[in-house]
Design a protein around this ligand. Structure first.
Ligand code: 9YW
Length: 408
């Protein structure tokens, strides 16, 4: 089977009827940004199915506008923590946090690809996207930047970005638990127990205040301003604005969000390391980390060429870019999940921005490296930057989608 056919087969096998799981076993539910990438992959050969993916995701939207990071459509014991641990309060059993809001950007891409029915689908999704983005603006804004209340929300679970805030947390009162992820993937490629204890502690805090954002803001020790969320939301708002204009909707509210987030992006610039960085609002400290999210500034349309020197420096250190953590850092671990490995879908977002900013050489290099990694090693969840070898889950939806829609 050629690679395109293999990628389409992965989407088909991970399709659970209206939504796609990231990969069977390890992640048996609908994840928010995974689903958006899945829609992008389906759009290559089945645009109605692409829209359906997004429409199923928004069925889980909470009354306060939040779109959860996991929707537990059918309970599956192969994943922990499940719906009972989360105690989400939306219309579909769900987690209590969100994920990078890339949906509006991809709704715009689908709209432009679907001359026939795109308008009807995008118009129906538009008010839901507005409600979600408003939730971020109302509850998750600190000086314009977007804050997270859990590392899982950024989609970059065990990144060294969280080491500082995690060191300040003593997880108390969490029950014994049985991790299932390490039944599917070797320990060395997953977060440590130290991290899991803190993930579960933060889930407990949220559940105990019924995911009331006002209460959570008061009590949580974890409130970190993050480039993934800030840059993806800023970009998504720019795309939402284009759709608002096309639909004859007002743009003033979106303009307010864009102005706030442009200012917020600037607060994430850490002059000490010359990079966009996470900022721990509780401790009043930068993380001091250069991650692959630091390079999403072009995608957000900010920062000029400030990050270019780091991108070029890192390319000299590893044959496959963009590692999720700087290989020059003592905390770099090239196989451990978000502490080093390369993620194909992050590369696509970074390159969308690089192409738009005219950095064609860099963008083409990263795209070629991504294509080569996938062609040689299959549709893995992530890859080792030293040799492109596969890591984590296999037959992965977003890697297949990125291949079909972008890398091939
Ligand atoms: C977990 C599904 C998700 C991604 C995240 C990734 C991981 C879930 O898997 O989180 O259990 O650790 O970090 O970005 O959406 O692919």
């Amino acid at each position: 089977m050629d690679l395109d056919a293999q990628a389409r087969a992965i989407l088909a096998n991970n399709d659970r009827g209206g939504y796609t799981v990231p990969t069977g076993g390890l992640y048996p539910y609908q994840w928010n940004w995974d689903s958006v990438f899945a829609a992008f992959g389906f759009a290559e050969h089945d645009i109605p199915r692409a829209w359906q993916e997004l429409e199923t995701l928004f069925k889980g939207q909470w009354p306060n506008g939040m779109v959860p990071h996991i929707l537990f459509h059918k309970v599956d014991p192969s994943y922990f923590p499940g719906p009972d641990v989360w105690g989400g309060v939306g219309p579909v059993p769900s987690s209590g946090i969100s994920q990078p809001p890339i949906a509006a950007t991809f709704v715009r891409i689908l709209l432009e690809a679907d001359q026939k029915n795109g308008q009807a689908h995008a118009r129906a999704l538009f008010p839901k996207l507005m409600d979600w983005h408003r939730w971020f603006y109302n509850w998750r804004t600190e000086n314009g930047a977007i804050v997270v209340t859990h590392p899982w929300e950024t989609g970059r679970d065990n990144s060294p970005d969280w080491d500082g805030p995690f060191a300040a947390i003593t997880p108390q009162g969490i029950d014994e638990y049985d991790r299932r992820d390490t039944h599917h993937v070797v320990d060395e490629e997953r977060p440590r127990k130290y991290d899991y204890d803190r993930y579960l502690y933060l889930v407990k805090l949220g559940r105990e205040c019924h995911w009331d954002e006002a209460k959570l803001r008061e009590i949580t020790p974890f409130r970190v301003a993050d480039p993934t969320m800030t840059f993806t939301l800023l970009r998504a708002n720019r795309d939402l604005r284009v759709m608002a204009q096309a639909f004859g909707e007002p743009t003033d509210e979106i303009d307010t969000w864009i102005a706030a987030q442009e200012a917020g992006a600037e607060t994430l610039w850490n002059p000490e390391i010359g990079s966009y960085d996470c900022y721990d609002t509780r401790a009043g400290k930068f993380a001091g980390c250069i991650s692959n999210a630091s390079f999403l500034n072009w995608y957000a349309g900010v920062g000029g060429d400030r990050m270019l020197a780091h991108l070029q420096r890192i390319a000299q250190l590893v044959p496959y870019s963009v590692p999720s953590h700087d290989p020059a850092s003592p905390n770099y671990e090239p196989k451990r999940y978000w502490r080093g490995p390369v993620w194909a879908m992050m590369n696509m977002l970074i390159c969308i921005g690089l192409y738009e900013a005219g950095h064609v050489t860099e963008a083409t290099r990263i795209r070629d490296e991504t294509a080569q990694m996938i062609a040689e090693n299959g549709f893995a969840e992530y890859f080792d930057p030293r040799d492109g070898s596969p890591a984590g889950g296999r037959s992965f939806t977003w890697t297949a989608a990125v291949w079909l829609g972008w890398a091939s």
